[in-house]
Design a protein around this ligand. Structure first.
Ligand SMILES: [Ca+2]
Length: 542
């Protein structure tokens, strides 16, 4: 916080005035004090002097991976995938083993990170189309808005996928609401996902690099409204990455069929293979420009989501196909971010939080050989299920918190949810929140820093379709959720069943033994707890 920083520096010269002095002495000392103060301020500005770790709110960087599983990192037991930067972050920080995204899919989890609210309380928090409206309610506090109360500057870089605009978006004009209307000072994003149109970057309110003579149009519907634009359905010969389902077969961009139709905006179209470097440059630039005041950077990486198209230096490097390659690329990005924190002299007062929005998937719409080349690697580690699933592999994700002088390094089994980030980071920043602003979040800042192993008593997660699950202690309760037991060709168990399921993770981390019949009293208690959670009102005004 700028005001705290000034107060801290202002204290230093006062140490010089310890006894009554003559007029000349006083003047000289005043000058000396002033010179020291100015010099210190300069060093401060240059990042040479680290901020006082306890007196100043920490910079916060949230690094959020896309579809990275509980077993995908070396520090979580992955073999054959070298993730040295994330492993170092784990060794120097806190590594969590019971840390949950609120949902097994993108949009709902991201909504919770920014609002502290469970996604099933907002009927529009579902996997969004690329032209969907903003789903953050006008009456909702967001994480950047909360931190702004403590003087934080904030930016979002990377994948947004929480909706833009209010109704039909004119991609050639100003987009409102945008991230800068829900608490961020600046933003450089993709609107939705890398497998959805529009395939352009949006900076603050505008598409980057758009030629007014070639307007961009986007359409989500069953049939292609732009007959001159080739699609995956009509032009298989143009594909460099063939689709494997009937969702990823619309407009072809860079040889890749996407979800949704678009035309125009050619000059603004992104290059998938330089996307990593484009976003990283934006993140570094923000940190550099804003290093003098506390900042919050929400850096939502697109890896290892499909289409997996790493930069040239990572292509074919992992021996596990494109998914392995982009995980190595992701790890490199983390190393670059940590190096930037160190280079700016901010290591002592910066918290870096790494996690993922949901569990893993190998085949998610493209024939990219990720399943075939995966070998023995288990992306969800010992957990059952993956992306979309009601089982633990859907929402239990890697989570690391790094911050020298702030965290107590080690492994923590504390039960935590990403829904707690808003409340906990606000507490760390010294921001008092009203009870209503906490939404579903808990102030668990000590647990996030590894100083306290007590996390939540219980939490709720959701699988595909907003079907909810309750975890309390070692117990996981899945109500009867009728539906297919597997997600089509994705080879992921859904968790759907006409029977109630109860698992004890202490003795059965892979959720193989349903003990609901043996523990009717536990089932009844957990059902009541889940129903009570769901009954709590939450009026999100959209
Ligand atoms: Ca995701």
């Amino acid at each position: 916080m700028a005001s705290t920083a000034r107060a801290g520096l202002g204290n230093r010269p006062r140490l010089i005035f310890t006894r009554k002095a003559s007029g000349l002495e006083s003047a000289l000392r005043w000058c000396l004090g002033w010179i020291l103060m100015v010099g210190a301020a300069q060093l401060w500005a240059e990042g040479v002097i680290a901020r006082e770790s306890d007196a100043t709110p920490p910079n916060v960087i949230v690094l959020y991976a896309d579809d990275l599983g509980f077993g995908d990192l070396g520090c979580y037991g992955a073999e054959g995938l070298a993730t040295p930067n994330l492993d170092r972050m784990a060794a120097e920080g806190v590594r969590f083993t019971n840390f949950y995204a609120t949902a097994a899919t993108c949009t709902p989890s991201r909504y919770s990170v920014l609002t502290g609210r469970y996604p099933w309380r907002n009927s529009r928090a579902r996997i969004l189309a690329g032209d969907a409206s903003m789903i953050i309610g006008r009456n909702e506090l967001t994480l950047p808005a909360a931190l702004k109360r403590a003087g934080y500057a904030s930016a979002v870089v990377g994948k947004w996928h929480i909706g833009l605009g209010d109704g039909k978006i004119d991609w050639n004009g100003e987009i409102r609401p945008a991230p800068v209307d829900v608490g961020f000072d600046e933003s450089f994003i993709m609107a939705a996902t890398n497998d959805r149109v529009p395939c352009v970057y949006v900076k603050d309110r505008r598409v980057v690099g758009l030629d007014p003579a070639d307007p961009l149009e986007v359409y989500y519907g069953k049939e292609n409204p732009f007959p001159e634009v080739p699609t995956g359905r009509s032009h298989l010969e143009l594909l460099t990455m063939p689709h494997s389902d009937r969702q990823h077969w619309d407009t072809i961009v860079n040889g890749v069929p996407r979800i949704g139709f678009s035309r125009g905006g050619k000059a603004a179209t992104w290059d998938d293979e330089t996307m990593t470097e484009v976003f990283l440059a934006q993140a570094k630039d923000f940190m550099t420009r804003r290093r003098e005041a506390p900042f919050f950077l929400y850096y939502a990486l697109h890896q290892p989501h499909v289409p997996r198209l790493p930069s040239a230096r990572f292509q074919g490097v992992s021996a596990k196909g494109p998914r392995g390659d982009v995980i190595l690329e992701l790890d490199w990005v983390i190393g670059e971010v940590l190096a930037q924190v160190n280079a700016l002299g901010l290591a002592k007062n910066t918290l870096v939080i790494f996690s993922s929005d949901n569990g893993p998937v190998l085949n998610d719409g493209y024939r990219d050989q990720s399943a075939e080349l995966n070998g023995e690697h288990r992306p969800a580690g010992p957990l059952r299920g993956g992306k979309y699933s009601l089982f633990d592999g859907g929402c239990r994700v890697p989570a690391l918190v790094w911050g020298p002088d702030r965290v107590k390094p080690g492994t923590s089994d504390a039960l935590l949810s990403q829904v707690d980030l808003l409340a906990s980071l606000s507490a760390l920043a010294g921001v008092e929140l009203a009870a209503s602003e906490l939404a579903d979040g808990r102030r668990l800042d000590r647990a996030f820093l590894g100083h306290d192993s007590a996390g939540r008593d219980h939490l709720v997660t959701e699988g595909f379709g907003a079907k909810t699950v309750l975890r309390q202690g070692p117990w996981v309760y899945l109500p009867a959720h009728p539906g297919e037991p597997r997600f089509g060709d994705k080879e992921i168990e859904s968790g759907n069943s006409s029977e109630i399921q109860l698992y004890n993770l202490e003795t059965d981390s892979g959720q193989r033994r349903n003990v609901a019949v043996e523990h009717p009293e536990k089932v009844a208690a957990l059902r009541a707890l889940l129903e009570a959670e769901r009954a709590e009102s939450a009026r999100v005004r959209l």
